[in-house]
Design a binder for this molecule. Sequence first.
Ligand code: ZN
Length: 43
Amino acid sequence: MIGIVEFFRNLPKKKCVQCGQDMIIEKADCYGNICDECDHPAR
Ligand SMILES: [Zn+2]
């Protein structure tokens, strides 16, 4: 059985579909394909 950490390490880096910035995997998982900046509620 592969550890969950190994699994995430093998995933490619996600990029924001709006600004093209590299995203942290954990965040990307929560916000889909948009980074924190583009997903800011105040914008
Ligand atoms: Zn972005």
